[in-house]
Design a protein around this ligand. Structure first.
Ligand code: DHB
Ligand code: FE
Length: 280
């Protein structure tokens, strides 16, 4: 059966895509951010996962406000990155794993999550920036990907508890896939940030660090938060934390924290990076 070996989280700030393209890794502004990633690169080199299941949110590239599914799962042989208007150079398409995608879709629909299946899916910075940060240009370290999009843009949003339960259903489905794949789960976006309105620029370090602590051993405590709690404490776009909750749900009961980095600010956002390993 396929095996979930761990979870990774990363913010997905579009400015990172530009800094990456310009190789600004040692620039004083960017260094404390990029320096968080090499320990994860080492772990990925050692563990060599075959597939990344990526919980991310689309920001208007693939879905717009006229059609906004809550949960969508990619089931395509490959996923295109397209120009989304931040001036980020588009990067090469991402190889999919349609058999595992359909197995996951069957599993979660059977579990009561009526998802939108996507046999075509364009992926934006919410997906591309974290995958690029972890796997570079994917030539030396190839990885198949399955994008799972959760709406964080148009209210009403699914609650942290609902996303945690969705992640658990995804985890059960992956673990029942008849294959030898080693799977890593990504929770992207966050941490605290607000891009618009009177609270633009809002960041809450204390709340972010509490979330990073509790997501390891006490995710049920975070599942008690409402979307309103998240928006109040982490900012309107800090609600992207529901993607981390889905990731944590997929990892099962016990995990060990192997690495973390937290850096304020990158653009308007508190950047959070974590590596969690599953434990029997
Ligand atoms: C920024 C952060 C985001 O999560 C996003 O989707 C777009 C921009 C920012 O901080 O600039
Ligand atoms: Fe975002």
């Amino acid at each position: 059966m396929a095996e979930i070996i761990g979870g990774l989280t990363s913010s997905h700030i579009p400015a990172v895509g530009n800094a990456y393209a310009k190789k600004m890794f040692d620039d004083p502004y960017w260094k404390p951010f990029f320096d968080g990633y090499p320990p994860v690169h080492g772990w990925l080199k050692e563990k060599k996962p075959d597939v990344a299941v990526v919980f991310y949110n689309d920001h208007g590239l693939n879905f717009f406000l006229d059609k906004m599914p809550t949960f969508s799962i990619g089931a395509a042989p490959s996923y295109e990155n397209q120009d989304e208007g931040w001036g980020i150079p588009t990067i090469g398409s991402f190889e999919g794993h349609p058999e595992l995608s359909w197995h996951i879709i069957e599993g979660v629909v059977g579990d009561g999550f009526d998802v939108c299946s996507c046999q075509e899916m364009a992926v934006d910075h919410g997906f591309t920036v974290p995958v690029q940060l972890f796997w570079g240009d994917r030539t030396e370290n190839p990885i198949k990907t399955i994008p799972i999009c959760i709406n964080t843009v148009q209210h009403p949003l699914a609650s942290p508890k609902r996303c945690f339960e969705f992640g658990k259903a995804i985890g059960r489905a992956i673990s029942s896939f008849p294959g030898n794949e080693k799977v890593v789960i990504l929770g992207t976006g966050g941490l605290s940030h607000q891009l618009d309105g009177t609270r633009a620029g809002f960041i809450n370090k204390e709340f972010d660090l509490m979330c990073m602590d509790k997501i390891v051993d006490e995710p049920e405590e975070l599942a008690k938060l409402s979307i309103h709690d998240l928006v109040r404490e982490a900012g309107a776009q800090g609600a992207e934390f529901i993607l981390w909750m889905a990731m944590r749900g997929a990892l099962g009961d016990k995990v060990a924290e192997v690495h973390r980095n937290y850096h304020i600010p990158i653009s308007n956002t508190a950047a959070g990076l974590m590596l969690l390993e599953t434990r029997a």
